[in-house]
Design a protein around this ligand. Sequence first.
Ligand SMILES: Nc1ncnc2c1ncn2[C@@H]1O[C@H](COP(=O)(O)OP(=O)(O)O)[C@@H](O)[C@H]1O
Ligand SMILES: [Mg+2]
Length: 244
Amino acid sequence: MNHAAVQLRSVTRSYAGKSGAVTALDAVSLDIPRGSFTAVMGPSGSGKSTLLQCTAGLDRPTAGQVFLGDTELTGLSERRLTLLRRSRIGFVFQAFNLLPALTAEQNVALPLRLAGRRPKRADVLGVLDRVGLGGRAGHRPGELSGGQQQRVALARALVTRPDVLFGDEPTGALDSTTGREVLTLLRTMADDGQTVIMVTHDPVAASYADRVLFLADGRVRDELHAPVAEEIAARMTRMGAVPC
Ligand SMILES: Nc1ncnc2c1ncn2[C@@H]1O[C@H](COP(=O)(O)OP(=O)(O)O)[C@@H](O)[C@H]1O
Ligand SMILES: [Mg+2]
């Protein structure tokens, strides 16, 4: 069995553009241990979202290999990849992307339905409970605060018990207090064994992680273990990054 939750082997993603090819990721190799919380930082355009999307099976690398546990994503057909995403990957975005007409409970149950599973009410309510929203199951997104909506999105991402939970700026649309609540939840989940990979531009958010990877020009230029926010901010400044 593969000890890493995720492995990238020389992953390159380039785009053909009008003024030549853009290399969004440049031969990136990485191991993400199971149950770890990783933050990905770097200037705007450094390849953070591309890294996340290639790792989550939402995008395909131009070259190289991506492994989720023992499964090589880069070898899968589109159909197998879709099935894998539905069952083994969780994703939260900056915009919560909840369906406004559905209740919190219905939103959380949706990935199970899409995966062809019959949602058990107790499971769905259990996940809502885990994110502190046990009492809000019947509320629609419009009746919830931003932080509560993001926690519903988190519950929706977790309900399939994914191997890896990905977040692209999951606290980007939240005020700092609400953002901290979501980060504390992510930290707790990692402490309970959930592998978490999160893109952020906020050094305080990144300080909740076990490891911070710094990207620039599509490469991992630097990393910090057990980081503190001041150290992360200093590293970003040293890299000449406009944090974004
Ligand atoms: N669909 C695309 N077509 C062309 N270029 C793209 C596309 N997506 C991203 N890029 C380019 O790849 C680079 C990395 O983008 P991205 O991963 O979004 O960076 P980040 O998330 O760090 O801001 C940028 O130069 C961006 O312009
Ligand atoms: Mg991005």
